[in-house]
Design a protein. Structure first.
Length: 92
């Protein structure tokens, strides 16, 4: 039986393609999260972005009150924006 020898150029091209698609999906999730964000002052929308440098990629909201809007508190109902954006159906 012949031994499998990976094609290095092909593997590099595939890795680059996957990275590009992951960047696209991360940006799409961040865009949807900004759309879903509860707007009062616009701070959550402005502070939500795609962190495409970190691995794994992530969508970040630097606003101090993002967490409380996402999960709610004793006195405030949740207004999630990250989770709906994550589970939004999208084509690749």
């Amino acid at each position: 039986m012949a031994e499998y020898v990976p094609d290095e150029k092909g593997m590099a091209a595939l890795a680059e393609f996957i990275d590009s698609k992951m960047d696209d999906v991360t940006e799409a999730i961040a865009e949807d999260a900004r759309w879903y964000a509860h707007v009062r002052t616009g701070t959550m929308q402005e502070s939500t972005y795609a962190d495409k440098v970190s691995r794994p990629r992530r969508v970040v909201s630097d606003s101090d009150h993002s967490y409380y809007n996402e999960v709610g508190t004793e006195k405030m109902a949740a207004n999630p924006f990250l989770q709906p954006a994550l589970f939004q159906e999208r084509e690749l």
